[in-house]
Design a protein around this ligand. Structure first.
Ligand code: GLU
Length: 509
């Protein structure tokens, strides 16, 4: 590992909302920086103005904030290496491109879009569908390598549009080390002469990325695997400028739950889970759902993402952010793509919900329900329901019968499980309940056991009908706890009402 202070960056392009793969990249950068007492910064790569989407940058910052993984340098955050938005650094790049031309490591190319299209067409006709501007073809194109110097000077002076292209050497093996993938070797014959600087006065991603990583003193480039094919060019650029190369770590792809291909923006809502951290509405009004709005806790989302491609080397699954920082290392990131698991994601959410105190959840419920219920009541409802809920709002929906008498009864379970003699048994049990002096969970349970014993009946034959009468549904928290929560009078009243309702349902059937 390099001796330089650790400085890492998350470098999204503001071309739309941040996919959860992007959040994972940001997370691993964050964890790596914290673990190594380094700096995590964000740089907005907006050199491709044609793909710029208004609101995307704000979305990205807001999403990182929600996730709790804010960088310490970046637009609006300060830092000594700014500006942190590439379009605001526009003036910086041209001199670097010109320097490479002067040193004959790059060249001006004047070919128009039509000329390039023509070349591609001709090549296609000759059976070469993938024409490239490279060390071979450049000799027959209109550039500063083929045109006489006087002509080049004239074109430049007359303001003829041009781009600056990298002059890829022929037949050289470029070797670089990737922390996750080990040694990577690529021959330059397989690389084209990428455009570094465009006629609109903007650098391309490649040039801007290298100039910025160098000037921002980035020590480690941690980014998605889709950038691995660009890395040899980047290595060549560092060499061309005579700069030290940062260390590289290319993270594995996130795959669809069936392992069949990359998890794409479109998959999420199609497959029934969000792929974005927070909701995003397109200019056309199309909504892409986010984890935040679905009710996920940021800790659960981050915990799940951390384990998507990295493992701690132990069986531990639940990690606070601090614990992740402590445990994280790039050498435990796998090369193989990581399959996204929506069910496991829900499991994380359940664990995080359970770990919250009744007070914390009750406060949220109070907000959701706009103070409709008493706080102590909500706290007790949370206590009863949280083990069974996935999202905070489930407590209100699944536990609605705790806050109000049930109006809906589970017809299916009733018609399946209610026996002709059940009504009389529940009537009798209701009378037993009415006799209990101190109406708490233990006393209700004791009375219930005694009742079963006396009636010589099994638990199921009485407990389920009791539950159906009181709550309207066939499953939920312990009935003795529910009874204690509702209180004797309410339980007795509900059984009376419930039996009426159930009789109606049975008569209809
Ligand atoms: N702007 C690139 C992106 O959108 C960044 C790639 C990199 O980190 O070098 O992902």
């Amino acid at each position: 590992m390099s001796q330089k202070p650790v400085r890492v960056r998350f470098a999204p392009s503001p071309t739309g909302p941040l996919h959860m793969g992007g959040v994972r990249t940001a997370l691993y950068n964050y964890l790596f920086a914290k673990k190594n007492n380094g700096t995590f910064l964000i740089r907005i790569e907006d050199t491709d103005q044609t793909r710029f989407v208004p609101g995307a940058q704000e979305y990205i910052m807001d999403a990182l904030k929600w996730c709790g993984i804010m960088p310490t340098e970046g637009p609006g955050l300060g830092g000594n290496y700014g500006p942190y938005v590439q379009s605001e650094r526009k003036e910086m790049y041209q001199p670097y491109a010109e320097q490479l031309v002067k040193e004959e490591k790059a060249y001006y190319a004047f070919d128009s879009a039509e000329e390039l299209d023509n070349m591609r067409e001709q090549a296609k006709k000759m059976g070469m569908p993938n024409w490239q501007y490279n060390s071979v073809t450049r000799t027959s194109m209109r550039n500063s390598l083929t045109l006489p110097q006087t002509e080049v000077d004239r074109l430049l002076a007359e303001g003829e549009p041009y781009v600056i292209r990298m002059k890829m050497p022929r037949n050289r093996d470029i070797r670089f080390h990737d922390i996750i993938r080990g040694w990577v070797v690529v021959n330059t014959n397989n690389l084209d002469d990428k455009v570094l600087f465009k006629s609109d006065g903007m650098p391309t991603y490649h040039l801007a990325n290298i100039v910025d990583d160098h000037t921002m003193e980035i020590s480690h480039v941690i980014r998605g695997e889709e950038w691995l094919p660009s890395a040899p060019l980047h290595v060549m650029l560092y060499e061309a400028f005579g700069w030290d190369c940062p260390e590289f770590a290319h993270l594995p792809l996130l795959l669809r739950p069936d392992g069949n291909g990359k998890l794409s923006k479109r998959d999420g809502d199609r497959l029934g889970f969000p792929v974005f951290p927070t909701d995003w509405t397109t200019a056309e009004g199309e909504l892409y759902s986010g984890y935040r709005e679905k009710g996920y806790l940021p800790g659960a989302f981050i915990n799940m993402l951390a384990l998507l491609g990295w493992n701690p080397g132990t069986t531990q699954e639940i990690f606070t952010l601090d614990e992740l920082v402590e445990a994280f290392s790039l050498d435990r990131v796998s090369k193989a793509g990581a399959k996204f698991d929506p069910e496991k994601t829900k499991w994380f959410q359940q664990q995080y919900l359970r770990a919250q105190s009744d007070e914390e959840i009750a406060l949220k419920l109070q907000e959701i329900s706009e103070n409709e219920y008493n706080f102590e009541t909500l706290k007790a409802v949370c206590h009863l329901m949280k083990e069974r809920a996935t999202f905070v709002q489930d407590i209100l929906t699944d536990g609605a019968y705790l806050l109000a008498r049930p109006t809906v009864f589970d017809r299916e379970t009733i018609s399946k499980k209610w026996k002709p003699e059940t009504t009389a048994v529940i009537e009798e049990w209701k009378n037993e309940l009415a006799q209990i002096n101190e109406f708490n969970s233990t006393n209700v349970e004791t009375a219930f056991k005694a009742f079963l014993e006396r009636k010589q009946m099994g638990i199921g034959a009485v407990l389920l009908p009791f539950r159906l009468a009181v709550t309207g549904v066939g499953a939920g928290p312990g009935m003795f706890d529910i009874s204690a929560f509702l209180g004797k009078d309410e339980v007795v009243a509900r059984i009376e009402l419930g039996l009426k309702k159930i009789t109606e349902i049975l008569n209809e059937a």
